[in-house]
Design a protein around this ligand. Structure first.
Ligand code: HEM
Length: 492
């Protein structure tokens, strides 16, 4: 291997000594968010590990991460060529693939504008401010009915299993103009497998870096390939139905608008970046995938925190009763009137840090950070978990305390504190679904909390230890709900 010469004035990156062939894989272990946070205390906010033979730079600390992703954004905006990425959306994912910068930028712009258009467009009923609000409200009420029926039949329910279908239906509505029944096997079985997906694509999966591990039989890897295959098939089927019924004068959803873009572009000979039709329409794969897994994980954590902290649940219900009452369903415009709920959501994001690392980044040219030299094409892990648990930034970071996000008199949200939480990434690769994500977590929780009280099963301890992955999930558990006073359960 050629060693890259370090330019004068810059230093070699610090870091633990690697073993031959496997590098630091053993020290990184099964919980990279914890092991790499511990290493940052020893080596500082910019250090290097070796995953197999491949060097990886790990970034921690608010200042360093902002410097890299915002001030030097262009240099840190690439994606590394990882083994697992080749299987996501047939290797053509917007979020994971190594698309050259012009292609990625054009696709990202299209995705952003499609999301904005189809979430803010007027829905079917004038009761709601926009289609997004309408989808969430309707799915929230179906979910309550569903939980009530499951409770009647089984006496308990697995929160993730049902939440994930409701959340998937919201993004299905926006992307594909359709929803699925909670009994639909094709969708329910697929979306309930998202934890297997996250285990493979989480930062620090050894098989991404060490080729010989790929030939060993692995059930997780087999499941990962199977999920990607089933996912692609489902989306392809829906896309081909859209092509068959496409009408330029009636653009129904994001899929139609992307098909329409392909048609328009064929008329525009001046377009300077060539993006294939497949890569344009394939954007729905990313929107659908990212749009259900992240939000359902956040909401499922939310429900588990409500059960673990019943006194906070009571305070949230009191806030809803005082500010909204029982005569109407909460709306997105109620956000400013529910500071405790907003603070609770920020604390779920911070404390669980369920997206512990961003998707891995990659340097697009030779660069430097904090005086250290980082060559082109270096894989970069961004440790969001570390920022959210940094004692320099947070008082008592390991305790779950939504009040840290309220002003001293407890009546308003402290926006400056809220901005310190890092879960959507930053800069050029920052999440494009952030406003949809925040809106959805807020409205689903407000609707659920207004009508239901969540509790654990008598005698059973909740295990809040996260299972590591791209999105970290809590262990599957069984919970209990009872209706809040004054509420009829719809459909009962
Ligand atoms: C990327 C978080 C919801 C679409 C990301 C990244 C994070 C993230 C951390 C990676 C940033 C980086 O690599 O630096 C979240 C969280 C969500 C959420 C916490 C919800 C609570 C959504 C939704 C959508 C979405 C609802 C779409 C409907 C995307 C896409 C990317 C992305 C397409 C890739 C962007 C790129 O590579 O340029 N998200 N996300 N996300 N997110 Fe989200």
């Amino acid at each position: 291997l050629m060693r890259t010469k370090i330019p004068e004035g810059l230093q070699k990156l610090p870091g633990p000594k690697p073993l031959p062939i496997i590098g630091n894989v053993l020290e990184v272990g099964n919980n990279p968010h914890l092991s790499l946070t511990a290493m940052s205390k020893c080596y500082g906010p910019v250090f290097q590990i070796q995953m197999g033979m491949r060097p990886v730079v790990v970034l921690s600390g608010n200042d360093v991460i902002r410097q890299a992703l915002i001030k030097q954004g262009e240099e840190f905006a690439g994606r590394p060529d990882l083994y697992s990425s080749k299987f996501i959306s047939d290797g053509k994912s917007l979020a994971f693939s190594t698309d050259q910068v012009g292609v990625w930028r054009a696709r990202r712009k299209l995705a952003l504008s499609a999301l904005r258009t189809f979430s803010t467009v007027q829905g079917e009923s004038s009761e709601y401010s926009c289609a997004l609000e309408e989808h969430i409200s309707k799915e929230g009420l179906y979910l309550i009915e569903r939980l009530h029926n499951v409770m009647k039949a089984d006496g308990c329910f697995d929160p993730f299993r049902h939440i994930v279908v409701s959340v998937a239906n919201v993004i299905c509505g926006i992307c594909f103009g359709r929803r699925y029944n909670h009994d639909d096997d094709e969708l329910v079985s697929l979306v309930n497998l998202s934890d297997e997906f996250g285990k493979i694509v989480g930062s620090g999966n050894p098989a991404d870096f060490i080729p010989f591990l790929r030939i060993l039989p692995s059930t997780t890897m087999k499941k990962f390939l199977d999920i990607n295959d089933r996912f692609s098939k489902l989306v392809k089927k829906i896309v081909s139905e859209h092509y068959n019924t496409f009408d330029k004068d009636n653009i129904r959803d994001i899929t139609d608008s992307l098909i329409n873009h392909c048609e328009d572009r064929k008329l525009d000979e001046n377009s300077n970046v060539q993006v294939s039709d497949e890569k344009i329409v394939g954007i729905v794969n990313d929107l659908f995938g990212a749009g259900f897994d992240t939000i359902s994980t956040a909401l499922s954590w939310g429900v588990v925190y409500l059960v673990a902290y019943p006194e906070i649940q009571e305070r949230l219900q009191r806030e809803l009763k005082e500010k909204i009452g029982t005569d109407r369903t909460p709306l997105l415009s109620d956000r400013t009137d529910l500071p405790l709920l907003e603070a609770f959501i920020l604390e779920i994001f911070r404390h669980s840090s369920f997206l512990p690392f961003t998707i891995p980044h990659c340097t697009s040219k030779d660069t430097s950070l904090n005086g250290y030299f980082i060559p082109k094409d270096t894989c970069v892990f961004v440790n969001q978990w570390q920022v959210n648990h940094d004692p320099e930034l947070w008082k008592d970071p390991s305790s779950f305390n939504p009040d840290r996000f309220l002003t001293a008199d407890g009546t308003d949200l402290n926006k400056m504190e809220g901005e310190k939480v890092l879960v959507f990434g930053l800069g050029k690769r920052r999440c494009i679904g952030e406003s949809i994500g925040r809106a959805e977590v807020f409205l689903f929780l407000a609707i659920l909390l207004q009508r239901l009280k969540f509790s654990g099963m008598p005698g059973e301890m909740l295990d809040m230890t996260p299972e590591y992955g791209l999105t970290m999930k809590h262990k599957r558990c069984m919970l209990h709900v009872t209706p809040q006073p004054g509420f009829e359960i719809p459909g009962s």
